[in-house]
Design a protein around this ligand. Structure first.
Ligand SMILES: NC(=O)c1ccc[n+]([C@@H]2O[C@H](COP(=O)([O-])OP(=O)(O)OC[C@H]3O[C@@H](n4cnc5c(N)ncnc54)[C@H](O)[C@@H]3O)[C@@H](O)[C@H]2O)c1
Length: 338
């Protein structure tokens, strides 16, 4: 079988990880890169050996691609998916899919009408610590409670200045990942309550949130996130998790330490990421998850298997974000509507 021909659209801050990760995936050849900023397209071409473009239409007409990897910010996802769909090219697209759920539904309708496959680059559940935690859940019986925490003081807006301008900040940018982890670990959600707080000097938008989720299994999870937590050591970029089950509990702690607690005994293991050769040690866990996400996309494209984070699956995560904003506004529990 010949390698899949792919292209990255948007060669900004986070795409640097996408660009390098494609080079580690043996069934993919990164044929082209595209950014409306010629300097960024050129720099990405030098990094990868791919052909640079500044116009997506020209690239789609020229390159005979199997897929595009959309790594632009959310406002551009819908028109770019439409262009890919019109060209019959499969898509992996960064989160958040769109600014609101109506946009997500339009994107999915466009992709399905064109018969292209579409996956969301929702990388948190492809993190090695999360995969290890999920596997260990087989040892704690029936899970009934989880506390899932992503609270940091890391200055996210320094490298992503556009975040200071967005109206929907912590839940759409970050909460979407942590809510996806809640679904990954404990299944679908019957209803949720949310409280948000405006805690960041550069924006009035909520920069901290606390949510309580009732899962359809009967389990309850608390999902908390913050960009303004002063803490040392700061767990960034790790998500910390505690899960209680009928036979034991699991604690995923700082530095990838996983503890399995049963009455009278604690087993400790490490669920640390494998560090890609191109990774920066501070970002290795994130960078490895990008590689894992893209490898999953390529494997499923080749085998025909369902993507774990298909567009339709991610609609359910997006519905949790919408429910959380609605609950924070009304003070009432909200049923997510995917
Ligand atoms: N999963 C994660 O951990 C994670 C972390 C950071 C960012 N992200 C996501 O990645 C996405 C990109 O964020 P970023 O911080 O890299 O943004 P960025 O602004 O640094 O990069 C976006 C790039 O897209 C280019 N672009 C815009 N429109 C284009 C078009 N029509 N054609 C070609 N290029 C175009 C811009 O010129 C820019 O270079 C966002 O959706 C963000 O939420 C995810």
């Amino acid at each position: 079988m010949s390698a899949l021909r792919g292209a990255v659209i948007g060669c900004g801050f986070f795409a640097q990880n996408h660009l390098q990760a494609w080079g580690d995936i043996k069934d993919v050849r990164l044929a082209a890169v595209c950014d409306i900023d010629p300097a960024k397209a050129q720099q990405a071409a030098e990094l990868t050996g791919a052909v640079p473009y500044t116009d997506v239409g020209t690239m789609l007409d020229t390159e005979g691609l199997d897929f595009v990897d959309i790594a632009t910010t959310m406002a551009t996802h819908e028109p770019l998916v439409s262009q890919a769909a019109a060209a019959g090219v499969h898509v992996i697209c960064q989160k958040p899919f769109a600014p609101d759920i109506a946009g997500v539904r339009r994107i999915l309708d466009t992709a399905e009408a064109a018969g292209i496959r579409i996956m969301v680059h929702e990388n948190f559940r492809y993190q090695t610590p999360m995969i290890g935690l999920k596997a260990a859940m087989a040892r704690i019986g029936e899970p009934f409670f989880a506390h899932i925490s992503w609270r940091t003081g890391f200055d996210v807006a320094k490298r992503q200045p556009y975040l200071a301008e967005v109206e929907r900040f912590i839940l759409l940018d970050l909460g979407i990942h942590v809510l996806d982890i809640a679904r990954f670990l404990l299944g679908e959600v019957a209803d949720l309550c949310a409280r948000t707080q405006s805690t960041m000097a550069i924006t009035e938008a909520a920069a901290a949130a606390a949510m309580s989720l009732r899962h359809t299994s009967g389990a309850v999870s608390e999902v908390v996130c913050s960009y303004t937590t002063r803490i040392d050591p700061d767990p960034f970029p790790q998500t910390l998790v505690e899960i209680e089950g009928s036979e034991g509990s699991l604690h995923l702690k700082h530095d990838y330490r996983l503890e399995l607690h049963r009455p009278g005994r604690v087993e400790v293991s490490s669920v640390a990421p494998k560090v890609p050769a191109w990774a920066d040690p501070e970002w290795a866990m994130v960078q490895e998850s990008v590689l894992n996400t893209q490898a999953h996309f390529a494997e499923c494209l080749i085998s025909g298997a369902e993507f774990q984070t298909s567009g339709r699956d991610n609609l359910k995560t997006f519905a949790l974000v919408e429910a959380a904003y609605a609950s924070a506004a009304s003070g009432q529990p909200v049923v997510p509507e995917a």
